[in-house]
Write a protein that binds this ligand. Structure first.
Ligand code: 4AD
Length: 455
């Protein structure tokens, strides 16, 4: 058969190159759109439907007649890049298409081909593949509708956190990730050789944020934190994005109020944006922004709750006792049963970090808080900080920690100390809750966990 070659009809109006998100403004106009073939359907000999993706959105496009007869058309594959030129039209009544319009193509070209056959993208990321294989192909998986929606929501969420803190007058800081101190215990430290000295990847920027209070007042950061978690769970990463804030001259009550207000405000900000809201509704149809006051519950009452509901310790099948750490599974069972955000407070000192102060009323418990969300469990950990010099030194001694590498942290208690507190929120856990993902591994670009440091 004769080779069909397309030429652009020069008598047509000149096409303006646009992004898909702008298409509504170009209805009935001739435009050119560059993007990836997200979906492809051939209907008979004379019609092809292409859903084009360009990052800003999806555009249903129709290729008719000769446009479907070229070699490029007959061999077109998913994920190939193309330039489609044509007129944007509102879809007929009763028909559905992204944005409510479609592109009636009059000319098109392939920009970059993607393989078909065995090496076709669908074979690389087929949905029945074993999940570990999908993490290996994550660079292709992120092109998918679901993965890209999660990553776009993530972008909006991070902006909303920044806007939230900005609206309260907090300054953003960027503390170092290479450190010589621990924050959350030695067992999850990643260490490395720093010019011949032992150093670690930071577990939390908290100690550095504390040093910023006398300099800038309330501060926050969105930095990576690192934890050498020994096992792979639904909610543990080796590298995660940690949103942390630190605030001077507050009470424990102020801290709890601030965490609750932040979560509500960040959700409200994202929800107010139509595109972000649509993606959340697509990912998590049951979601509605929290408006009720969060449940406030003491650790001691959580222990009671677990025992009253027959939830036992995993190691010996016995009742939980005051002083036990509440592991992930029982914590999630309780949170799911209560099915509301819970500010869980007043944990016993020995199961919490060295810097947490005991309460005045009961020296066995600390001014500490975890925020638990249905479906995920803990998404925030926070506390007031020991702010008296001698008390902090005693805490180091109790923990058997050498104070020398922490001289700068202790100095904060020497040069004008103040009552203060703060918290850290795992961005991936927040997203797992907001977008109803099974695991935090789906809520970051390239997850790092035991056995995976690629791509
Ligand atoms: O409870 P964590 O360990 O608290 C701190 O690091 C404090 N120094 C924070 C502060 O007060 N500035 O961690 C805080 C949050 C957790 O609630 C969780 O959301 C997240 O960080 N997180 C993890 N997320 C993913 N993978 C992991 N391995 C995580 N470990 C903690």
């Amino acid at each position: 058969s004769k080779k069909v070659v397309l030429t652009e009809d020069s008598s047509l109006p000149k096409a303006k190159t646009i992004k898909i998100a702008e298409a509504t403004d170009y209805r009935d106009k001739r435009v050119r759109v560059f993007g990836w073939v997200n979906r492809l359907r051939v209907q008979g000999r004379d019609m092809m439907f292409v859903v084009l993706r360009d990052g800003t959105g999806y555009l249903q496009s129709i290729l008719n007649g000769r446009l479907c007869h070229t070699y490029d058309a007959l061999t077109l594959t998913l994920e190939s890049t193309v330039a489609l030129t044509g007129v944007v039209q509102k879809v007929p009544e009763g028909k559905d298409a992204p944005g409510g319009h479609e592109l009636i193509v009059d000319y098109w070209e392939v920009v970059g081909r993607a393989p078909g056959g065995d090496d076709a993208v669908t074979n690389r990321i087929s949905s029945d593949a074993d999940p570990s294989l999908l993490y290996q192909q994550r660079h292709l998986v992120i092109r998918g509708d679901t993965a890209s929606a999660v990553l776009k929501v993530r972008s909006r969420v991070m902006r909303a956190f920044r806007d939230h803190f900005d609206s309260k007058g907090y300054f953003e800081v960027t503390p170092p990730c290479m450190v010589q101190t621990q924050v959350e215990g030695g067992s999850t430290l990643f260490s490395f050789n720093y010019y011949g000295e032992e150093a670690y990847l930071t577990q939390s920027s908290q100690l550095y944020l504390e040093t910023c209070l006398p300099s800038m007042g309330a501060v926050f950061t969105m930095a990576e934190s690192y934890r050498a978690e020994k096992s792979s769970t639904r909610r543990h990463l080796s590298e995660y994005t940690h949103c942390e804030a630190e605030i001077p001259f507050i009470t424990f009550e102020d801290l709890l109020d601030g965490i609750e207000e932040m979560v509500k405000d960040v959700v409200a900000r994202v929800w107010a944006e139509p595109a972000a809201r649509a993606m959340i509704e697509q990912l998590n149809p049951k979601f509605s922004p929290p408006t009720e006051p969060f449940v406030r519950m003491r650790y001691a009452d959580a222990i009671k709750w677990l025992n009253e509901h027959g939830i036992k310790r995993e190691e010996d099948g016995k009742d939980f006792e005051f002083g036990d750490d509440i592991p992930e599974a029982p914590e999630r069972r309780m949170t799911d049963a209560i099915n509301k955000p819970i500010l869980l407070t007043h944990f016993p000192g020995p199961i919490k970090a060295f810097y947490m102060p005991a309460t005045k009323e009961d020296p066995r418990v600390t001014e500490s808080v975890d925020l638990l969300m249905p479906g995920v469990g803990e998404i925030v950990g926070g506390s007031m900080r020991i702010w008296d010099y001698e008390d902090l030194k005693a805490a180091y001694e109790r923990e058997g920690l050498d104070t020398a590498p922490y001289y700068w942290y202790l100095d904060q208690r020497k040069y004008g100390s103040c009552p203060h507190g703060g918290f850290g929120l795992g961005i991936e856990r927040f997203l797992a809750w907001l977008t109803d993902r099974f695991t935090v591994k789906e809520c970051c670009l390239y997850p790092r966990f035991v056995g995976r440091c690629q791509p």
